[in-house]
Design a protein around this ligand. Structure first.
Ligand code: GLY
Length: 313
């Protein structure tokens, strides 16, 4: 056993001024700190990083503050369509689901794919068939859809664009609410998980980086665990999570250096918007973002829990 555990969670990156304006800062702080302490309970008792990641991600999915599970953003038909992935750093085993509906905890369905299927990713109808096979309940639409998301979709429709169209807009609407968790347990095992409703007013069938291993999520015990949040297409094109792991592998960087170099690469190559959380194999924690803010929290090497909200770049 190694002598410490580390845990990081994020609740998305973007322009977070609206959180302050709406007086929601304290809600986010309570949520992030509470979830970190619940994850700590698993890790300090010798629990697996993969279990801590699944559990913390499911708590974030259950909280309508975030764009994942309940409270996910709506697609162009006003529906919730979700993506999630989870990865174990010990053996690079992974499970992912894309374009699923009615599943309360997509991260747990992704875990089932990892544990009980011979595949890495299941999408749409096939993923739902698999869920049925695993006796996972389908929840009604009203569980997922919140008033705030209906209003947000109406605004996007009125503006005649998906929120991902911000590249052409003078005032980018940076709101990327993907959630993610990375952990290192007392055995030195790393794990990562990411879950999202995607982007507001997205086209039917659009899948971002979240369920794509190496783009939105990656874990390898010999390097690091990464979870990303941001404009999915840009993270797909730069394979960002694996790029960060490669920076550690081939250039010997630590978590902080690799996160900074990864986001620098994202910006240099595709002018990318988003952020990452990273725990390296020593249990060092790092976060970096190219958006004006990011919601995240961390417990480094069994220490006290910290959180960060709407911090400057
Ligand atoms: N990063 C989440 C998405 O683009 O779907």
């Amino acid at each position: 056993m190694s002598n410490s555990y580390s845990l990081m969670v994020h609740g998305g990156a973007g322009a977070l001024q609206h959180i302050k304006h709406e007086g929601n800062e304290a809600k986010f702080e309570r949520s992030i700190c509470g979830i970190l302490e619940q994850g700590r309970n698993i890790l300090e008792q010798g629990g697996a990083a993969l279990d801590a990641v699944e559990y913390c991600a499911s708590l974030l999915e259950d909280d309508p503050l975030y764009n994942a599970g309940r409270g996910s953003v709506l697609n162009e038909y006003g529906e919730v369509e979700m993506d999630a992935a989870i990865m174990r750093g010990l053996d690079l085993s992974a499970g992912a689901v894309a374009s699923i509906k009615g599943i309360k905890n997509p991260i747990s369905l992704a875990r089932q794919v990892l544990e009980h299927s011979e595949h890495v990713m299941l999408a749409g109808h096939g993923a739902m068939k698999f869920a049925e096979f695993q006796h996972i309940k389908v929840w009604p639409d009203h569980y997922f859809i919140t008033e705030a998301r209906v209003k947000q979709l109406e605004e996007a429709r009125e503006a005649g664009q998906m929120i991902l169209d911000h590249e052409d807009s003078e005032e980018p609407q940076e709101k990327f609410g993907t959630i993610g968790v990375v952990a290192r347990d007392l055995h030195g095992n790393l794990a990562a998980g990411t879950s999202t409703g995607g982007i507001v007013n997205k086209r039917w069938g659009r899948v971002g980086d979240t369920p794509v291993i190496g783009a939105g999520v990656f874990a390898d015990n010999t390097t690091c665990a990464v979870s990303a949040t941001g404009y999915g297409e840009q993270f797909l094109r730069t394979v960002l999570a694996k790029t960060i792991a490669d920076l550690i592998d081939f250039q010997g960087l630590n978590a902080q250096e690799a996160a900074a170099a990864g986001i620098k690469y994202l910006v240099a190559k595709v002018n990318g918007l988003g952020g990452v959380i990273v725990i390296d194999r020593q249990g060092q924690c790092a976060a970096q973002h190219s958006t004006s803010g990011m919601i995240y929290g961390w417990i480094e090497q069994s220490g006290v829990a910290h959180h960060q909200l709407a911090s400057p770049v």
